[in-house]
Design a protein. Structure first.
Length: 313
């Protein structure tokens, strides 16, 4: 009959646990050291995943002349089409100016008619004086007087015709100023803000309406300096937003910020300097206007094949 093992020969359970813990710590430390010595912070291939923000380009519209706002026929959030009227000024003063310019033109045209009649009479007098001089019935002094009167009459016609041209230019300017009292949208979009209201007086160039151009939006994505070298203008950008998480909106990289922003993280393990980020801008068609200004986006930058090949060397 076998005798049970003595307590002294039985392995102590706590000692086994300590050995296992020590082994795990040694393995973990070795793995950490290996990662630290074999770490690569540069781009090593594949697409670049990051986050970004949707931006709709904001256009602030103002009148080219000052005056009192008469009407703003749009509301915030309303869709507008190119060339649509979004605000008008009280054009009473401009209408008065136009009427005065038209009256000045009529007066100038009358002056031209009068000056031409005077010129024709002076031409006739000069012709008579020339005939009488040849017949001996007029003196050279009388001929000189008639010729001078004719030259003065011609100059008066020219001055009157110049006044007509000036009056027509004044009318064209007044009509142009009247068109400035109507504010139209250069592009389609959504009214994001009515900055001023009817009845307020604004000066030339003061923003009255803000339009968000949403047919095409921008996406600003932050890419850190370890990967920014793999991004090129013209690369494809695939955009996802939380509200349409199963849909991808394709775009194209258009701009890469030439200088880095302030650091966003520190690589303490490698004792490196602060890693900075660069803003990458992509334009994304938005014909259904599903992408809204300020949305957070998940951005995948599709790195071009030549850059991928270079990264594997």
């Amino acid at each position: 009959m076998e005798q049970p093992a003595s307590p002294a020969k039985r392995p102590h359970r706590s000692a086994i646990v300590r050995r296992i813990i020590l082994l795990v710590l040694l393995l973990g430390g070795g793995l950490a050291i290996w990662k630290a010595t074999h770490r690569r912070e540069d781009y090593t291939g594949g697409d670049i995943q990051t986050t970004g923000t949707i931006e709709a380009v904001q256009v602030r519209l103002g009148f080219q002349v000052g005056g009192r706002i008469a009407n703003i026929p749009v509301t915030e959030g309303m869709r507008v089409q190119p060339g649509m009227i979004v605000a008008t000024l009280d054009a009473s003063d401009l209408e008065v100016q136009l009427s005065m310019s038209k009256a000045a033109l009529a007066s100038a045209q009358a002056s031209v008619a009068q000056a031409r009649a005077t010129r024709d009479r002076a031409a006739l007098e000069m012709s008579r004086a020339k005939t009488l001089l040849q017949s001996g019935y007029a003196t050279p002094q009388q001929m000189d007087t008639a010729a001078t009167a004719y030259k003065v009459a011609v100059a008066q016609v020219q001055a009157a015709e110049a006044q007509v041209r000036q009056s027509r230019s004044s009318i064209a300017q007044a009509e142009l100023q009247r068109t400035y009292a109507v504010l139209r949208t250069p592009e389609g979009g959504e009214v994001s803000e009515r900055i001023h209201l009817p009845g307020e007086i604004v000066t030339s160039g003061t923003p009255v309406i803000a339009i968000a151009e949403t047919d095409t939006v921008k996406v600003h994505a932050a890419v850190d300096e370890t990967r920014i070298g793999a991004v090129r203008p013209g690369d494809r950008a695939l955009i996802k937003v939380y509200t349409f998480d199963k849909r991808i909106f394709p775009g194209v990289v258009t701009d890469i910020q030439p200088s880095g922003d302030f650091a966003t993280r520190k690589d303490w393990g490698a004792q490196r300097r602060d890693i900075r980020t660069f803003d990458v801008t992509a334009r994304v068609p938005n014909p259904e206007h599903l992408l809204k200004d300020g949305m957070t986006a998940e951005v995948t930058l599709v790195v071009s094949a030549p850059v991928r090949v270079e990264a594997t060397r």
